[in-house]
Design a protein around this ligand. Structure first.
Ligand code: ATP
Length: 488
């Protein structure tokens, strides 16, 4: 309101001076420059009285029961949080309060969810922000924002009558990287120093007890001062879920969805090796969208199957390849599938020539049971499967195409892994100090060996290859079972 009155008075003054014959151009110019500076400062948050985090306080309550596949992370976190809940006892025994918990792990594994659940568990207000929000080119702005963040958390807790506040800083590596590593390091260092000062100032008998939970997938980047006892002294690993974990997450994200009788979440958990919680959530959502598009009342297994492909490979492409290209893609994928079935019966999960994302078609294998180790035979077989697409093209169509570039790269990567692990003809070697020429020869030897094996196998089964190609061209997508029926 005061702003409007001031503006009105200034305009009236200008008008008065103008009517009395004064030259008001310099004043107008100065006024415009001042307004411009004010606008820039405001937009950069230099004048904001409070730090306003990305998400407002307490959006939606989340409990530990809403998080699947993270039993050990939840247990560790709970143990740490019990310290906060039993603060009377802690005070009596003179234990220093827990100030920070660092969650580390790949993206989408539920770190934000865990922080939210931690806030509900301790009945704390939840304030979330991102490390990047503190970084500005202006010295001192980041530090000021850190101060305001703690202030905002305390005030919010008091307003809501709560005793605890939980500040969640996502991607803390941006603000907490080793001091001196950034180009404009003075500003970064000041911001980090301020965070350390704020954390050091937290006491067990504060009116509002503040806990800082931070998340990163690069704990190695953090300044050691952050990990010192008394700061982030609890480290909780949040890993990609294993098969049982994936099943739990799928159950959580399908509990409010109507599922068809044929849906097997166990089967889907098995097929989604490497998926994070966020991938699985997206999978359940995509399956529901596909069912809706089809006008189906319930979500069936085929919707989930297609959603797995969509989450893995991306949206279907509208652009259709030419008939000739389609045939080539079908031959390529049929080659992969036949060799996959040779090296491991029952390993083909699906085959398609629908272009998606970067791929014109693909053959998906049933993932292994979350293996920790790979044998030499397994790696050789993988190389064979990867080379089979190009070899099939050559046998059936007389030439190769650029479609196999990615396969070759992947095959070479596996071959290198074999050399590193002493599985090549070089025996046990230090891969790092291996002369380039020798390394090249060892990789080529592995690739050529498998290429020959695949050529021998496929050249004896050209009719079978054609049969699969025809089926693929007709249906676009065939499941593992259909494929096996075809070739049995
Ligand atoms: P980032 O590191 O990218 O910030 P994050 O680890 O914080 O990711 P979240 O933001 O917690 O991941 O997860 C994103 C979404 O994925 C959640 O809203 C939830 O729907 C789903 N999700 C992730 N992990 C799990 C899990 N363990 N259980 C249930 N849902 C999960």
């Amino acid at each position: 309101m005061a702003k409007e009155v001031g503006l009105g008075l200034a305009l009236a003054g200008l008008l008065f001076m103008y009517l009395n014959g004064y030259d008001v151009t310099p004043l107008l110019f100065l006024g415009a420059a001042g307004a411009g500076l004010y606008y820039i400062a405001r937009s950069r948050g230099l004048l904001a009285r409070h730090f306003v985090p990305e998400q407002p306080v307490n959006q939606q309550e989340v409990s530990f029961a809403d998080i699947g596949g993270q039993a050990s992370a939840i247990q560790e976190l709970r143990e740490a949080l019990d310290f906060i809940k039993n603060y009377h006892q802690i005070k009596k025994l003179g234990i220093r309060p827990l100030k920070g918990i660092l969650l580390t792990g790949p993206p989408g594994t539920g770190k934000t969810l865990l922080a939210r659940a931690a806030a509900s568990y301790t009945d704390a207000v939840f304030i979330a922000c991102n490390g990047s929000e503190f970084i500005e080119v202006y010295a001192g702005v980041g530090a000021q924002r850190v101060r305001r963040l703690f202030q905002t958390a305390r005030e919010a807790a008091l307003r809501q009558g709560k005793k605890n506040a939980l500040i969640f800083i996502d991607e803390i590596d941006i603000l907490g990287a080793r001091r001196g590593t950034n180009a404009s390091h003075h500003e970064y260092d000041q911001t980090l120093n301020q965070l350390l000062v704020e954390m050091d100032g937290l006491k067990v008998d504060d009116r509002v007890r503040v806990l800082v939970v931070a998340a990163t997938n690069r704990p190695d980047m953090l300044d050691p001062a952050l990990l010192r006892p008394g700061r982030f002294d609890r480290l909780v690993r949040v890993d990609l879920p294993d098969r049982q974990g994936r099943l739990e997450i799928l159950r959580l994200h399908t509990r409010n969805k109507p599922l068809g009788d044929d849906v097997s979440l166990e089967e889907l958990a098995k097929e989604t090796f490497g998926f994070s919680g966020a991938h699985l959530e997206s999978l359940a959502n995509e399956a529901a969208i596909l069912a809706m598009r089809e006008g189906s009342e319930v979500i069936c297994q085929r919707h989930f199957q297609e959603a797995v492909e969509k989450v893995m490979m991306g949206e279907r492409l509208d652009r259709r390849p030419s008939a000739e290209e389609l045939r080539r893609v079908a031959v390529h994928e049929a080659g992969h599938a036949l060799v996959s079935e040779l090296v491991k019966p029952g390993s083909v999960s699906s085959l398609t020539i629908t272009p998606r994302g970067q791929a014109l078609g693909y053959m998906r294998q049933v993932p292994e049971d979350d293996p920790y180790l790979h044998t030499r035979e397994y790696l050789e077989n993988q190389v064979a499967v990867m080379l089979a697409g190009a070899v099939a093209e050559e046998l059936v169509l007389g030439s190769r195409s650029t479609g196999a570039g990615g396969d070759f790269q992947e095959a070479a990567r596996v071959a290198e892994q074999m050399i590193k692990n002493g599985m090549s003809s070089l025996g046990v070697v230090d891969a790092e100090s291996l002369p380039r020429g020798l390394r090249y020869r060892a990789i080529t030897e592995i690739l050529r060996g498998q290429e020959e094996r695949v050529r021998r196998f496929l050249s004896e089964r050209k009719e079978l290859l054609e049969k699969v190609v025809e089926a693929l061209l007709e249906k676009e997508r065939i499941s593992g079972e259909e494929f096996r029926r075809l070739v049995s």
